[in-house]
Design a protein around this ligand. Sequence first.
Ligand SMILES: Cc1cc2nc3c(=O)[nH]c(=O)nc-3n(C[C@H](O)[C@H](O)[C@H](O)COP(=O)(O)OP(=O)(O)OC[C@H]3O[C@@H](n4cnc5c(N)ncnc54)[C@H](O)[C@@H]3O)c2cc1C
Length: 346
Amino acid sequence: MAVALPVLTPLAPLTTLRLGGPARRLVEADSAEAVVAAIRDADAGGEPLLLIGGGSNVVIADDGWPGTAVLVTSAGRELERRPDGTVLLTVEAGEDWDGVVAASVAAGFGGLECLSGIPGRTGATPVQNVGAYGVEIADLLVDVDLYDRTADRVRAHVPAAELGLGYRTSMLKGRTDAVVLRVRFALPGGGDSAPIRYPELARVLGVEVGARLPAQRVRAAVLGLRRGKGMVLDADDHDTWSAGSFFTNPVLPEREAPPGAPRWPAGAGLVKIPAAWLIEQAGFGRGHQGPGGRVALSRKHVLALTNRGPGSTADLIGLAREVRDGVRKQCGVVLQPEPVLVRCRL
Ligand SMILES: Cc1cc2nc3c(=O)[nH]c(=O)nc-3n(C[C@H](O)[C@H](O)[C@H](O)COP(=O)(O)OP(=O)(O)OC[C@H]3O[C@@H](n4cnc5c(N)ncnc54)[C@H](O)[C@@H]3O)c2cc1C
């Protein structure tokens, strides 16, 4: 009698960290309908479900995933000019995010340029309300189409306001009961960028904060800044074998901010402190190595934890704990991880 043996599929190559054990089953879903069908199939078989887009914001345990991993690769974009001069951009969840930004800027529409060079797929952008250089998805997101797993139905046009978008978070983060199938953005009609809010970017562009410039020029500057920090993927550069920033910038009551810490107002007596500054204060410099040198802080930016190959998730978590504990001891602040931890924890 022939016995079907479960085929274990490695997940590490699907992540930017190149870490994590195998899934019991991997299904690639190349349309919204295929995503829903794959999830229904997994649910019918009582299989635990893991969704993967570009794998750039996940840390997967070394023993992998004991169920079905669905890789979302649905493609398609639509532009609709609206009577008020703005443009409605509709994008399928599996579209490469930077491809969407590049195409919208090249087509003469500003708004997304500060989010250039962020890895991953479009469906994940609302999940942690992706942001960079003073712009976040919440600024442009109109609504999403979701598959509601509990009710087993597709909910079209769920407004952005219902997603609980906050600093690097939303109600979708760390959950698999609501799956993003499609995302809609409202972009200003002209080719100018959003006002430049980030002083470092304004400096590089030679303008004052608040200025607008051709979106294409801002995209080029953002990509340049990101490359310098190892924040644009490059297979040959281990400094980019990361999940981006590993810790969020802590938001604290101003009186609890460590003396001398740089800070930005974060509303209602709160301030946001750069996690990178705290890490450096605690004595961790760029390139600081974890066990056996297999993982290390990026040589370009202390906030990225990187796999120098052949590291393991256990190595990475060990390094993350060392940094978190060092910062807590030195600065009294507990750093929180930004990526989604899959079957592992700090
Ligand atoms: C070099 C580098 C630089 C980065 N820079 C930034 C940055 O500047 N700003 C920033 O905000 N982030 C940054 N990130 C983090 C990451 O790129 C973003 O969070 C990105 O949106 C993740 O997309 P992904 O498709 O890779 O998601 P994945 O890593 O595949 O998934 C992340 C989470 O979302 C879930 N998910 C994936 N697809 C869906 C879906 N369709 N519906 C519901 N849930 C889903 C997954 O299950 C998982 O929990 C960076 C990462 C790297 C590696």
